[in-house]
Structures are given as C-alpha cells and as structure tokens.
Write a new protein. Structure first.
Length: 436
C-alpha cells in the first residue's frame, strides 16, 4: 500500500514538473508512469518501485533531483528549442538509468522475478522492464560519447515497438483494462498530494495521444547515427593546410585552430536580411531544404557548433541556431579533394566547391565557386555566398565569421548576412566576447 501511494505521488510530481517544463520525451515518461501506477506494479515489487523512483526528475519537494535535471529545467525556462530540451532530457534520463543499474535495482528485481517465474502478474512486470530499460542497448556508449543520446534513444524506441508488436499484447491489454476501470469505476482512496485514479487514467490517455511527437526524437536520433563519431575538442582536421599548402603560414593561428575543429568553440549568431529577395531565399531554403534561417534582426541567437568524424575521416560540421524557440540547422561535410575544399550537403545531394584564399589580416575567405546537385551544375543567377573568418583584433582566442549572400561583385552592404562570434569553449569564462 505504501509503495502504491508512492507511485501515485510520482505521477503527480511528473505531471506538475512536465507541465511547467515540457518536451517530447516528457509525454513518453508520463505515459509510462501513469500506466505503471494504474497497473499497481510498484506495489508488487520493491526493487521495481526503486527502479521507477530512481528515474524521477524531481524529489519530493519538487526540486530537480540532479544537476542534469536542473540543466533540463533551465533549457525549458529559457525557451530553448524542443530538440535541445529533448537532448537534455535524454542526457539526464540516461544518467539516472545508469546509476539505477549500478545501484543494483535492476539485478535485485530480476532475482526477485525468478522466484515468481510463471506467475501472470510477474510476467507483465518483466515485459514492462524489457520494453523500457531492457530495450536500451546503447545507454553506456551514449554516456561515454561513442553515440549521441538521441541515437541511443531512437534505437531503444525501435526495439520497444518491435517487442510490443511481437509479444507485448498481454501487457497492453492489462493497461487498457486498468485504464477503463479507472475511468468508469475509480477505487483509489483520496489522499492529499496524490494523483487520483481517474486523473491518472486521463493523463495516460492524453499522453498516449501526444506521445507520437517523440517520433521527432527518433528521426533526430537516426540522423545522428549517420553523422559519424562525435569528437572532442582535442580532435583536429588539417583543412586549411591541405587546401592552401604553404600559404597556410600566412593565416592567423586562431583561424587555423578554428577550422581544425569548429566544435571546440562556443558561438553566438546574428542574422540580417535587408531585402525581400534575401528574405525570400532564406524562407525557401529553410522550408524546402531544412537548411537555413529565416529569423533575423539585431539580436544574437544562442548557437552551437558540433563536429563529427565520418568513416572516411572527413569532418561533418553541424551549426545549430536557437532562433526564438526554433532550432535552425546547417548540416554538411567538409572534404578536401586534390587540394580543393568542398562542402557537401549529403542529404540533399548538393556539393559546393569552395575557393579558399588568405585575407590581409590573417583571416580566410571561403567563397562558393561552383554548385552541383547530384552531379549536375546549378545556376547561381549571379548570386555569391562567401564566408570570411577574421581573428579578433584584441588578441583574444576568438574569431568572427561573416557570411554574406550578395550579387556577384557586390561586397559592401550585402542583402543577406550572418555573423558568428566564436571563442574557445575552454576559455569561455575569461575571454568570452560581447554578444553581437
């Protein structure tokens, strides 16, 4: 009875916390917790109850239980995009699940379940564990950084769905009957602060209806699997040296370090679209290709650079901008072929040959000179895209990357402009430049 009350309290805590701090994975967590409470599973097994309590995001005082959950709550409070909130949710949840396993809760439950082998209710508990924690084979690689958390979660979601369709019908039937009984004939006694039976049923039903949004997490996870191996700040690519040869000596060392691994740098971004043409091109690129940003203005957007290593050793470079609660992404490979630098947008079959030259201040210009779509040349209609990277004049470990969209030969007052301010993440607190 005490454990079942704790299960009802857990659902109430989750409902309150996720009501104020929503994300797509939160609907899945609330769905599972409501189902467990209606199935009265915590009351059956103490180790099972400890497993469930170990993955709660808040304590009994409704405070984030770990630093990772506090980070998730901050992301929600700051209005960061859903994708980033999902990412922090997954990180916090993976840590909780790993600690629960290390504490022996899963092993204790399995030992207890073996003593009840053949009992129908215990078979349902085992099925539930197999559909949730038991389906997650990549938690440890994700925690170690070998794969992304989204990729690990996507694989677990796929395994769960396959198991449900093959052998999970008895578990689904149990939950369906418990939910129907709770709606029609609620029997739980009333206690202050605990979710009642009918509300638990409605939470389950509403979460079931909205949990489809977690498919976006699955798609993001699958995409992450194809990006390659996430790398740390110590990794490096000799992109400029391989492209410029001896002329790389004329490039400021900070610019060389930046292009060696942009993911090691912290960044903010601001976007200016001065003409209807620039706004129209940005809007079309964002909607059709999923690569672009149509939000603009004088304010700086929080941003993030990430780098991955492909199997062939090339750099996969991801630029993420958090634009008023919406995630905008530029996602491409940087490849050197016969001394020429190419930016390749694999998903869209686009390949841009870049003309690389050294600027007078030790910066570098990357200018698109030819665009191919599945091997066919694409007319540019006189438009030119150029990114110029300048070292900070104050000598700090920071660079300015200014990208322009303009007619050929027009460099002053371009109709479209994006400005990244990047600085080394490991010196962020001491040398962070002012926002744009």
């Amino acid at each position: 009875m005490h454990r079942q009350r704790a299960s009802r309290l857990a659902v109430a805590l989750l409902a309150d916390f996720y009501g104020a701090h929503p994300c797509r994975m939160a609907r899945v967590h609330l769905l599972v917790a409501s189902a467990v409470a209606l199935g009265r599973f915590w009351g059956v097994s103490a180790p099972f109850a400890r497993l469930g309590a170990a993955v709660l995001p808040v304590d009994s005082l409704r405070r984030p239980r770990t630093a990772a959950w506090a980070s998730y709550a901050r992301a929600c409070a700051e209005g960061l995009p859903l994708e980033i909130r999902d990412e922090r949710w997954i990180e916090a949840h993976l840590q909780d699940a790993a600690e629960a396993r290390e504490a022996g809760h899963e092993a204790a439950f399995l030992m207890e379940a073996r003593a009840h082998d053949g009992e129908p209710l215990w078979r349902l508990l085992m099925q539930h564990l197999e559909m949730t924690l038991g389906s997650r084979f990549f938690d440890q690689p994700a925690l170690a950084g070998a794969v992304s958390g989204e990729a690990a979660m996507a694989h677990g979601m796929a395994v769960t769905l396959r198991r449900l369709l093959r052998a999970g019908w008895s578990l689904l039937q149990h939950y369906a009957l418990a939910t129907a009984r709770a709606v029609l004939l609620p029997r739980w006694p009333e206690y202050p602060g605990l979710v009642d039976e009918r509300r638990a049923a409605w939470l389950l039903l509403s979460s079931f209806v909205t949990a489809w949004a977690a498919a976006g997490v699955y798609r993001r996870g699958v995409r992450a699997l194809h990006r390659g191996q996430r790398v740390g700040p110590a990794e490096a690519w000799p992109l400029l040296a391989a492209t410029l040869g001896e002329d790389v000596a004329r490039v400021d060392p900070r610019v060389v370090r930046f292009y060696s691994n942009p993911g090691a740098w912290a960044v903010t971004a601001s976007v200016e679209l001065h003409t209807r043409m620039a706004r129209g091109i940005a809007w079309v690129a964002t909607r059709l290709l999923g690569q672009g940003v149509s939000e603009h203005g004088a304010r700086a957007f929080p941003s993030r650079f990430r780098t991955f290593r492909r199997v062939d050793g090339s750099m996969h470079f991801v630029r993420e901008l958090y634009c008023d609660g919406v995630l905008r992404v530029f996602d491409s490979d940087f490849v050197v072929r016969k001394g020429r630098l190419y930016e390749v947008f694999v998903e869209h079959g686009l390949e841009v040959e870049l003309n690389v030259r050294v600027l007078e201040d030790g910066g570098v210009s990357l200018r698109g000179r030819r665009v191919l779509w599945h091997g066919l040349p694409v007319p540019l209609f006189g438009l030119c895209v150029e990114f110029r990277t300048h070292p900070a004049p104050d000598g700090s470990e920071s660079v300015d990357i200014i990208g322009t969209l303009s007619p050929e030969g027009m460099h002053e007052n371009p109709p479209g402009r994006i400005h990244y301010k990047a600085w080394r993440d490991d010196v962020r607190m001491t040398q962070a430049p002012a926002k744009a």
